[in-house]
Design a protein around this ligand. Structure first.
Ligand code: ADP
Ligand code: MG
Length: 253
C-alpha cells in the first residue's frame, strides 16, 4: 500500500509577471513505512514539492494522493517555527486535535525525547538543537501516517545534527510512518534513507530512484556511506553537482 502518490505534471510560479516553472513531470510513490529521501540542489523545487504534498499549495497541474485529507500528516519545516509565546508543552499540545485531547500525550513524548525538564520553557530559552527537537515532537505527537521533513537539521553543528537524525530514526522505528525527508546533503540522504530520489536542477523531476539496502545504523561519515558516495560520483557526476558533501572538484570529474 502506498502512503503517498505524487504525479505533478507542472507547477509554476509567477515572478515579476513571468511564469517560472518550478516542477515538471515529478512522479513517484512512497510505500507505507518507507523512509524516502529527496535530494537535489538548492532551488530545484524541494520545498515546493513538500508544500504541495502537505496540501498547503493547490495551484499545480496533476494529482497528489496521500493522507493529507485525513489529517494524519506531520511536518517539520526548514526552521523550527515554534510559537514564541507558547511553552514547549503548549507548542506540542497545539498539534493534538480536539476533541478528545489526548491528555498527557505531549508531555509523555517530550519526556521520552529528553525534554522533560523544559516542558514549561519558552522557545527563546532553548538552543537551536532543542528547538528542532520540539519541532520533531510536534510532528510525531499525532502519530502521523506520513511525515514530511524539509532540511530539518540544517545549520546545526555536526554532532547535534547527527544526534537528531538518530532520534528521528528511533521515533520512526516505533510506528513506522512513511517519511519524505528532503535535503541537499548527499551524505545525510545516504545515511538515512531506505531509498533516495534524486531531483534534477530546477525545474525538478526525478532523475534517479535509488533503493538502499545498507545496514543500519550507518552514520553520514561511515565507510558504507562513503563507498556508495564514491560509486555515485563515478557513475553520475552531473547528478551530484550542487549537493552538500560533494565538492566542486569531485562533481567536475
Ligand atoms: P528548494 O527548496 O529546492 O531550494 P524551492 O521549492 O524553494 O526550491 O524553489 C524552487 C523554485 O521556485 C526556485 O526557482 C524559486 O525561486 C521558485 N519559488 C519558490 N517559491 C516561490 C514563490 N513563492 N514565488 C515565486 N517563486 C518561487
Ligand atoms: Mg527549500
Amino acid at each position: 500500500m502506498n502512503a503517498l502518490e505524487v504525479a505533478i505534471r507542472r507547477k509554476a510560479y509567477r515572478q515579476d509577471g513571468r511564469e517560472v516553472t518550478a516542477l515538471t513531470d515529478l512522479v513517484f510513490a512512497v510505500p507505507a513505512g518507507q523512509l524516502a529521501c529527496i535530494v537535489g540542489p538548492s532551488g530545484c523545487g524541494k520545498t515546493t514539492l513538500l508544500s504541495i504534498v502537505a496540501g498547503l499549495d493547490r495551484a499545480f497541474e496533476g494529482s497528489v494522493r496521500g493522507p493529507a485529507a485525513a489529517g494524519r500528516l506531520g511536518m517539520v519545516f526548514q526552521t523550527p517555527r515554534l510559537m514564541p509565546w507558547l511553552s514547549v508543552r503548549e507548542n506540542v499540545r497545539l498539534a493534538l486535535e480536539p476533541p478528545p485531547r489526548q491528555e498527557g500525550r505531549a508531555e509523555e513524548l517530550l519526556r521520552e525525547m529528553q525534554l522533560g525538564a523544559l516542558l514549561d520553557a519558552y522557545p527563546a530559552q532553548l538552543s537551536g538543537g532543542q528547538q528542532r527537537r520540539v519541532a520533531l515532537a510536534r510532528a510525531f505527537v499525532r502519530d502521523p501516517d506520513l511525515l514530511l521533513l524539509d532540511e530539518p537539521f540544517q545549520s546545526l553543528d555536526a554532532p547535534t545534527a547527527q544526534h537528531l537524525r538518530e532520534l528521528l530514526l528511533a521515533l520512526w522505528a516505533r510506528r513506522r510512518p512513511a517519511i519524505l525527508f528532503v535535503t541537499h546533503d548527499l551524505r545525510e540522504a545516504l545515511s538515512l534513507g531506505d531509498r533516495v530520489l534524486f531531483l534534477s536542477a530546477g525545474p525538478g523531476r526525478v532523475v534517479l530512484d535509488l533503493p538502499l539496502d545498507l545496514p543500519r545504523p550507518r552514520g553520514p561519515e561511515s565507510a558504507a556511506v562513503e563507498a556508495l558516495r564514491r560509486r555515485l560520483l563515478e557513475s553520475y557526476p552531473d547528478l551530484l553537482r550542487g549537493l552538500a558533501s560533494v565538492s566542486a572538484a569531485e562533481s567536475a570529474a
